[in-house]
Design a protein around this ligand. Structure first.
Ligand SMILES: [Zn+2]
Length: 476
């Protein structure tokens, strides 16, 4: 019995985009058929005429309910899933992947359990977690990697830098390259992937010291502290280890042309290397830091230069980068803008609600990205790389009925009223052509034309297993 038919929309699949009806039974897609050919009977019908139907977005990089340490004397937390995933529902993201942070002394299994519990009943959309390995972890922690992969958590995140200046009240995010090498051996052997924040710690920490000594602490210098060279060094060092171990690697928030080039060279050698970038890196550059709200678009490493924006767009529109994520780090505007120096600007921002709309507008409408490629960078590739595919990330019979209707006729300048999380969005004032209007999570309409219809209990933990081919060569 068909429960729901999404009728007459331009349906975007991995191979084509054309007018079809999509049939849903319970939580799954059961058929994609010629318009009007499905037996409607008692099914609910959503008229999607004139709309583009894309797979529910998969955001592979968020930090909700996460410690804010830009001012170690005033620690805080980013907004939790109960707040931020409302924006995802409105903006067409139906699955997000956050992080469980394992530090020295932590048990990996317990950390995963605690984090999962925090999300239960508190997320409007489905969720999963990467396991972050941070600090001088004892060797026995690495013995838990295989077990975590078996349990459905096959991705592990590391930071090659502490990001912020060393401070006694700040945890060490960074893990040394010896441990990264060791983690890669364990991860490769058990069918996982390593997720890397790649910046060179020596360069970053020395730059803090130097800029302090030279009186150049103004936050507008962020891109010179978290520099292009730093990204290049860390990406290349990581790829050398990946080559030695056979471990698949996913670089988060690629920000520089040098990062895109390193990823491209690794992939050209057949290595399973994947790159992510963020919509704010594509749309803003370091000049924006000098404007009154410029730090709204800051996320570590940093905004870079116009030539970097061009390289990122090339990677997204044609090939070279696999995903567009947010690095979501939702705070109030007050917290976001309170820091003024390279040492205390708050990183990250509220970007999830705008991700699909900006990608459509800037990618498809303004840069000729195909709708199929749009689906790849916003949903399909993240689902494949992190083991959610084909349940998530694709419109196909058997997949979860996670569907988003984009209205290509929307033509407007975004205002505060277009957003539903926190008290600011970096995208206020941005002109868009096309915007998500309806979001369906596993057959349930959770947001429709500005109304929230889902609840915080709708989201579920998604178990993951990565396809072996993807870990052997660059598949997407
Ligand atoms: Zn991040």
């Amino acid at each position: 019995m068909i429960d729901l038919i999404v009728r007459n929309g331009i349906v975007v699949t991995p191979d084509w985009a054309s007018v079809r009806d999509v049939a849903v039974e319970g939580e799954r897609i059961v058929a994609i058929a010629a318009p009007g050919s499905l037996p409607a009977e008692s099914a609910r019908v959503i008229d999607a005429a004139g709309k583009v139907v894309v797979p529910g977005g998969v955001d592979p990089h968020t930090h909700l309910a996460h410690g804010i340490m830009s001012r170690p004397e005033e620690p805080g937390l980013t907004l939790g899933p109960e707040d931020d995933t409302r924006g995802m529902a409105f903006g067409g993201t139906t699955t997000h992947i956050d992080f469980c942070f394992v530090r020295p002394g932590d048990d990996m299994r317990e950390t995963i359990e605690q984090r999962t519990k925090r999300w239960q009943g508190n997320s409007y959309v489905d969720y999963a977690f990467h396991v972050t390995l941070g600090g001088a972890l004892p060797l026995r922690t690495f013995e838990q990697i295989g077990e975590a992969i078996q349990a459905g958590f096959p991705s592990f995140k590391v930071f090659t830098t502490n990001i912020l200046p060393i401070h006694p009240k700040r945890h060490q995010n960074r893990i040394d390259f010896g441990r990264i090498h060791f983690a890669m051996e364990k991860i490769a052997a058990a069918g996982g992937i390593l997720v890397v924040h790649g910046e060179d710690e020596d360069v970053v920490q020395f730059n803090y010291e130097r800029f302090r000594a030279e009186g150049r602490l103004d936050g507008a210098n962020m891109h010179l502290v978290h520099s292009k060279l730093s990204e290049k060094l860390a990406f290349r060092r990581t790829i050398t280890l990946a080559q030695a171990t056979g471990c698949a690697v996913y670089f988060v928030h690629t920000s520089a042309r040098e990062g895109v080039e390193a990823i491209g060279e690794g992939r050209a050698q057949g290595l399973p290397i994947y790159g992510e970038t963020l919509h704010q890196y594509c749309c803003f550059n370091a000049e924006y830091y000098q404007t009154p709200r410029g730090f709204c678009s800051h996320t570590y490493p940093s905004l870079k230069f116009p030539e970097d924006q061009e390289a990122l767009w090339r990677g997204l529109v044609s090939d070279g980068l696999s995903t567009l994520a947010t690095d979501e780090y939702p705070t109030s505007l007050e917290i976001k803008l309170r820091g003024r120096t390279v040492e205390d600007v708050t990183g990250g921002n509220v970007g999830a609600e705008a991700r699909l709309g900006i990608a459509w507008s800037e990618g498809v409408v303004r840069r000729g990205m195909s709708p199929t490629r749009f689906a790849e960078i916003t949903a399909t590739n993240a689902a494949r790389i992190f083991g959610l595919y084909p349940r998530k990330g694709v419109i196909a019979p058997g997949s979860d009925a996670d569907l988003v209707l984009i209205d290509p006729a929307v033509d407007k300048t975004l205002t505060r009223e277009d957003f539903h999380v926190s008290d600011y969005s970096p995208w206020e004032g941005w002109r868009v052509s096309g915007w998500p209007v309806t979001t369906i999570l596993r057959g349930k309409v959770i947001a429709d034309r500005g109304r929230l219809l889902g609840s915080a209990g709708d989201g579920r933990l998604a178990s993951r297993k990565i396809d072996a081919a993807l870990l052997q060569r660059p598949v997407c």
